[in-house]
Write a protein that binds this ligand. Structure first.
Ligand code: 4AD
Ligand code: MG
Length: 432
């Protein structure tokens, strides 16, 4: 069948009842009754019901479609009719079709256990929920890119193979690099910092690898990190940039993915009400809020999923928690005037989701950073190149890293972070 194919979304939008159209896609549901086969076809844009009537088509062909199984690929041509009983209120009365590939018995169906579904991820990624989430994720990235393009940020391409850690040794994946030890990148930050001296504002999206042993609903060992680094920028301006970025992302998603959000039963109002500035509280205050809520927590303790849940469950908008104790944050963060806290901010998503962005103003004190690295048993000599950045034209600068799957999980209100990435990597899984 050599002709123009229409995407299903366009059929639904145009509602050109009475016209003959061709579509192609995959059989999502199929049944027959009284000499009529009812199939629902899906393509990347939507679903539509098609009916094949025994009396309109030759017998051999009718038998072929009657026996077709779900996930078979198919091209169909027919006339568009209105039908209130059909999903979306439209159906195609088929005059001709081509069963492109007859699928075998599809092994995936409702209520199977999680391990089986993950073993068959290459097939389960076709599911409606995952498809909707991946579309939303794609639009989140589009919104982010739009923000950066409109605000004089240059996209850059940092390395993934690295010789030193950015976020500490505990979660480093190392491997043999022609006889030397190398690491998979945890963050592009140090490289982004090196690029601000010429490009001023830069951003990148790279995979981030972290040997996180904790098995939670929000940790992956491989995830995507969207990072920005800005010259001439203290903490307050860095925070403002994050607010504007998140707002652009939410606006883009609302505009383009309302259907997908609705299908996922995501309350869209909460996203519509995202409106900077966001609330800001200091770490110190967060500790007090948590103590008041009954947590046994003290100055110097880090927050885990439970603490961040408690801090954000009653919030409608993201909140910043700023000025954490230096010793629980990375070596590169600028020490505040109090000598105890750092000029940092974590952005926590509301509704209990917790951290989605980590960012800070960067230290310009080489000796302080060296001391911090020595305390962490890091090989300071590996950071010489990074300290050079402070030796040649250093300026006040800041940056941040957005966990793309964390943001997607919040915006789509996904149960688990693994639902936001096609092939989730965790401590006990790296295949398929
Ligand atoms: O807070 P993190 O560790 O910050 C950095 O890596 C900085 N170097 C970024 C920068 O300033 N350029 O990580 C950034 C974000 C977190 O806020 C979180 O959203 C996400 O990355 N993240 C993870 N997402 C999924 N699985 C994990 N194991 C994650 N660890 C961090
Ligand atoms: Mg963090």
């Amino acid at each position: 069948m050599e002709q123009d194919y229409t995407h299903i979304k366009d059929l639904l939008n145009l509602k050109e009842v009475g016209t003959v159209k061709s579509i192609r896609g995959w059989i999502w549901r199929i049944r027959s009754s009284g000499g009529v086969v009812f199939a629902i076809i899906r393509d990347s844009t939507g679903i539509i019901q098609v009916t094949v009537s025994k009396k309109n088509i030759d017998e051999k062909k009718y038998n072929e479609i009657e026996k077709a199984l779900v996930e078979s690929s198919i091209e169909v041509t027919g006339t568009l009719y209105e039908d209130k009983r059909a999903p979306n209120g439209l159906e195609i009365h088929v005059t001709n079709f081509n069963l492109v590939h007859k699928a075998e018995n599809f092994p995936i169906f409702k209520d199977q256990n999680e391990a089986f579904l993950l073993d068959n991820r290459h097939l389960t990624i076709r599911s409606t929920d995952l498809t909707n989430i991946f579309k939303i994720k794609s639009t989140i990235l589009k919104g982010a890119k739009k923000y950066f393009d409109d605000n004089l940020f240059f996209e850059v391409t940092p390395p993934i193979i690295t010789g030193n850690a950015c976020e500490g040794g505990a979660t480093l994946f190392s491997f043999d690099y022609f006889g030397n030890k190398a690491y998979l990148s945890q963050s592009a930050q140090l490289y982004l910092e090196s690029l601000i001296y010429s490009l001023e504002n830069v951003w990148s999206i790279t995979p981030s690898f972290r040997a996180e042993k904790s098995r939670t609903r929000r940790h992956l060992t491989e995830f995507w990190i969207l990072e920005a680094e800005e010259a001439w920028t203290p903490l307050a301006k860095n925070i403002k940039i994050q607010e504007d970025l998140m707002t652009t992302i939410c606006e883009t998603v609302i505009k383009e993915r309302a259907n997908e959000l609705e299908q996922l039963h995501r309350d869209i109002e909460i996203l519509k009400n995202i409106n900077p500035p966001f609330r800001k509280i200091k770490y110190e205050k967060a500790i007090q809020i948590l103590s008041d809520k009954g947590f046994d927590i003290h100055w110097g303790d880090d927050f885990g999923a439970e603490e961040e849940h408690a801090l954000t469950i009653d919030e409608q908008e993201p909140i910043f928690v700023t000025h954490y104790p230096a010793e629980i944050k990375a070596f590169y963060m600028k020490l505040s005037d109090d000598g105890k806290t750092v000029e940092n901010a974590d952005l926590l998503a509301p509704e209990g989701f917790g951290e989605i962005i980590g960012g800070s103003e960067r230290s310009n004190d080489i000796e302080y950073m060296k001391k911090r690295l020595i305390n962490e048993n890091a090989d300071v000599s590996k950071y010489d190149w990074y300290f050079d950045l402070r030796r040649f034209g250093n300026v006040t600068h800041s940056g941040f890293g957005v966990g793309v799957e964390r943001v997607t999980r919040w915006i789509a209100k996904a149960e688990h972070i693994r639902d936001t990435i096609p092939y989730p990597r965790t401590t006990n899984r790296y295949t398929p």
